[in-house]
Write a protein that binds this ligand. Sequence first.
Ligand SMILES: *[C@@H]1O[C@H](CO)[C@@H](O)[C@H](O)[C@H]1NC(C)=O
Ligand SMILES: CC(=O)N[C@H]1CO[C@H](CO)[C@@H](O)[C@@H]1O
Length: 463
Amino acid sequence: MSDLISKRSSFRILMFPWFAVGHLTPFLHLSNKLAEKGCTISFLLPNKAIKLLQHFNLYPDHITFHPVKVPHVEGLPLGTETASDIPIHLTHFLCVAMDRTRDQVEKIIRDQKPDFVMYDMAYWIPEVARPLGIKTIKYSVVSAAAIAIVLVPARNVVEGKAITAAELSVPPTGYPSTSVVLRGHEVRSLLFVSQPYGEGTTFYERACTGMKGCDAIAIRSCYEMEEKLCDYIGRQYGKPVFLTGPVLPESARTPLEDRWAQWLNRFEAGSVVFCSFGSQLILEKEQLQELVLGFESTGLPFLVVLKPPVGSSTIEEALPEGFEERVKGRGVVWGGWVQQLEILDHPSIGCFVNTCGFGSMWESLMSDCQIVLVPHLGDQILNTRLMAEELKVAVEVERDEKGWFTKENLSNAIKCVMDKDSEVGSMIKKNHTEWRKLLRSEGFMSSYFDKFFQNMQELVDHK
Ligand SMILES: *[C@@H]1O[C@H](CO)[C@@H](O)[C@H](O)[C@H]1NC(C)=O
Ligand SMILES: CC(=O)N[C@H]1CO[C@H](CO)[C@@H](O)[C@@H]1O
């Protein structure tokens, strides 16, 4: 009984993640865990996204989807609701649209008066919730590495002044890692942080304001991997940092589609290279061709999942001449959606080539496959550094100064992990196995989540 008096055992929580699959999905995984503890959750999201996420909702009695109407903003195609609907350079406008849902969100918060609001990009949530006595948690679904290198007060990016490549190539004051830093052309991919991102704010300001205003910063990471970087973020903002651990779903797996199961069954265990570049990345045709030629020249069976490149409506029309004939029977390039987790689980898959978005990073760590990384966006580069240089569980495909990679660069990276007698290959395999064992060990994920829940309870008790 005393326990019940001193600690709240369940909460009403409102979730308001950024309108992108890579954010909505981890927020929903976390909601499932909270629902398991008896919490009730209102999950705010664009109407279109409900269909995409529904099957991940394991507790429909506890988790209610609450559609928000995404207003039309000039610069966006009509009907845009999520980041997967648009190319990356239009994301700023989608952010404007999200900011314009503030009145709707504010009304829901006032009506529901939840105990907590969890958010990521909507930096104005604390302004709305704090006066009502509601606790706010900014939940970061990118790695601590990606936040710590640039989205901290020590960077001191001032309004109206663009951050320069020279500034970015030096880590911020007090930064605790020597390997998770940016090199050469990579700084370019982060220059956008001082650009407008939503109405009257830059990406940098949005992130910093969102972290300064909250009661606690939560990060989807674990101490074993990013302790120093997490502590650094906490010190920079003067906030408690709660780690949720990876929060990957253990159940609700569906069987692999017959088409792929049958195709993969034809190959030896651990022999097939699987590549998936996520729902947002659209390559230039030339780079796409170089990429598939790289897979061809490995001589290994491969399954590559890509969106059609710029200027093509199908993937087939963009393939190099004679390519399909040459790889017939051992290689498939597919333009549609596939069940990534289920494919990774298939025993024939031996290597996973991906861009190291945070979701894929966890999925590759949990898998048995060798990992080859081809990062494109800012946070993917930092995640890649963590995997390839700090943890030494993956190899990164070499690029030139312009960020371009050749078919040789790709096939060399793949061969380096797939050749039976490659030293690098066996070193990263060994390290990866250690991590996988830890992540999959009994109670690893649940103890992180229990601690996170306890942190939430303490935050409420601490008035
Ligand atoms: C990358 O490709 C270029 C051109 O083929 C080659 O000169 C360079 O050695 C390659 N680097 C690696 C590490 O494969
Ligand atoms: C970071 C890490 O775990 N590195 C280890 C990878 O494996 C090699 C060889 O076993 C070890 O020497 C490293 O310490």
